[in-house]
Write a protein that binds this ligand. Structure first.
Ligand code: ASP
Length: 302
């Protein structure tokens, strides 16, 4: 009888968590979501579908700075970014089978991660931005936010004043998974950083920076995106494993050290093809949850 394949899942709700704040609601949400994702993976569902479902749920929850909980840019409106990626199956012509999709600076799409998945599945492109992305989403019947001023709310537990004054309070969401067929996937979605300039795009929708999945590692980042772009981001974690033979946890720490050396802060979650999961951050905390073959399901912030 062949050995059953490992499955693994890790989630983050942003590395903007600060000491002294109560994150019980987000932790309970992440724990329940993780249990749902674990069940889907055990049921044989594709990692790509699971990470999309996990991120879409976080986007609509209003608990994080993504989707519903996003805050306005300096021009006074919300701009959202997201990306999704699937690695090739080990054994096949793997790098040629990688797939990715992303949207940036969309203002009315209810679920940016679903938009990113549509770009991946239904266009020859990897990223669409702004008006073109919205027109494409409309043509595919994606749900739109009709009244952004009413729909987008400050994430629960954070005041509007804190959001605008404290650039530390970022709360991107992300998911990485390994499915029973051995395929890895990653997804990330954000409302960006508070007080950003109109048109600013961070690491989240950039494949390689905010999100990466190949045949070795899937990773999703959160934090001040400019530093993650400069440090090489999610792909750097996979490259450390692939070319340096680094252990997954060391690879994740390595990226965060490089981000810190530049004066940046944030975190990363990662999963390997063996089913290891890793979390690294240099901010006060990172809302997170995970489950793997060697790790019982958990959720935590600090
Ligand atoms: N990385 C996101 C960005 O720079 C923000 C975050 O993770 O909270 O847009």
């Amino acid at each position: 009888m062949s050995k059953p394949q490992n499955i693994a899942l890790a989630l983050h709700g942003g590395a903007g968590a600060r000491a002294g704040r109560d994150y019980a609601q987000a932790e309970a949400h992440l724990a329940a979501l993780c249990a749902r994702g674990e069940a889907l993976l055990k049921d044989g569902r594709r990692a790509l579908d699971v990470v999309e479902a996990m991120v879409a749920d976080m986007e609509s929850s209003g608990l994080y700075v993504a989707g519903r909980g996003s805050s306005v840019n300096k021009a006074g409106y919300v701009e959202l970014d997201a990306s999704i990626m699937e690695g090739g199956l080990p054994g096949e012509d793997a790098p040629a089978r990688r797939k990715a999709g992303a949207v940036a600076a969309v203002a009315h799409v209810k679920s940016p991660i679903k938009a990113a998945r549509l770009v991946m599945d239904e266009t020859p492109h990897v990223m669409l931005v702004g008006r073109g992305a919205e027109n494409f989403c409309r043509s595919r019947g994606l749900e739109f936010v009709m009244d952004p001023a009413r729909y987008y709310t400050t994430p629960i537990g954070v005041t509007e004043k804190e959001m605008l004054e404290d650039e530390l309070a970022h709360g991107t969401v992300g998911a990485v998974a390994l499915d029973a067929s051995g395929r890895l996937a990653a997804a990330t979605s954000t409302g960006g950083v508070f007080g950003k300039l109109e048109g600013r795009v961070g690491d989240t929708p950039m494949i390689g920076a905010g999100t990466w999945a190949d045949e070795y590692v899937a990773a999703s980042c959160t934090g001040l995106g400019e530093y993650f772009i400069l440090a090489g981001g999610a792909q750097d974690v996979a490259s450390r494993v692939r070319y340096q033979g680094a252990e997954l946890g060391q690879a994740a720490q390595g990226l965060i050290k490089d981000v810190g050396r530049q004066g940046g802060h944030g975190g990363v979650i990662a999963v390997s093809r063996e089913g290891e999961i890793a979390f690294a951050w240099n901010s006060d905390g990172m809302k997170r949850a995970g489950v793997g073959p060697d790790r019982p399901r958990f959720s935590a912030t600090m």
